[in-house]
Design a protein around this ligand. Structure first.
Ligand SMILES: Cc1cc2nc3c(=O)[nH]c(=O)nc-3n(C[C@H](O)[C@H](O)[C@H](O)COP(=O)(O)O)c2cc1C
Length: 163
């Protein structure tokens, strides 16, 4: 299986999230061989999406910006498993990771399709029906709404263990 790890922490190899991701990979690869490609998003030249939609109109599937995304999108499409690994920043993802996500727009088709569940979205330009993804994230806040609502020693113990 081709595994593409997207490390979105600006801390690169020093990322706490990446430590968890590496432990996950260790478990996965202990069962059978997998081809793992680790990408440190912070080291890549990824400009922001310009919102021009030329990847849907004049040059279908191609972005006009010439940077590292060209190569990254090739790896993205070929991956059997995508691992999104990033810390929580203001309840979202670090900005460069978001830039990466925005720049996957050329992999989508310009029209929308209503799914079986009644939601709608853009179908993929490529057959990614076999592709799977995992999201691994860490954060700093130790208090969860559930804990505030129903404080119990068990919850508080697990909370301090996270920190
Ligand atoms: C700019 C910034 C924003 C953050 N926002 C949040 C947040 O909204 N919620 C939270 O719980 N932690 C937040 N954190 C803490 C990080 O998610 C936390 O330190 C994380 O474990 C760092 O992971 P890393 O070592 O993989 O980069 C933020 C940290 C930074 C630097």
């Amino acid at each position: 299986m081709n595994i593409l790890v997207l490390n979105g922490s600006p801390k690169g190899e020093k990322s706490n999230t990446l430590k968890i991701t590496k432990a996950f990979l260790e478990g996965l690869c202990s069962k059978q061989y997998h081809n793992v490609n680790m990408v440190n998003i912070s080291e890549k030249d990824i400009q922001h999406c310009r919102g021009c939609f030329l990847c849907w109109t004049k040059a279908p599937g191609r972005c006009v910006i010439k940077d590292d995304m060209e190569e990254l999108l090739e790896q993205y499409i070929k991956a059997d498993l995508l691992i999104w690994s990033f810390p929580l920043y203001y309840f979202g993802m670090p900005s460069k990771m978001k830039a990466f996500l925005d720049r996957t727009l050329p992999t989508n088709l310009p029209y929308m399709r209503v799914n079986k569940k009644g939601t709608c979205g853009h179908p993929s330009r490529y057959d990614l029906s076999q592709q799977r993804y995992v999201l691994i994230s860490t954060c700093g806040f130790c208090i969860m709404w559930r804990i505030i609502m129903t404080p119990s020693s068990v919850n508080l113990r697990s909370c301090s263990a996270i920190n």
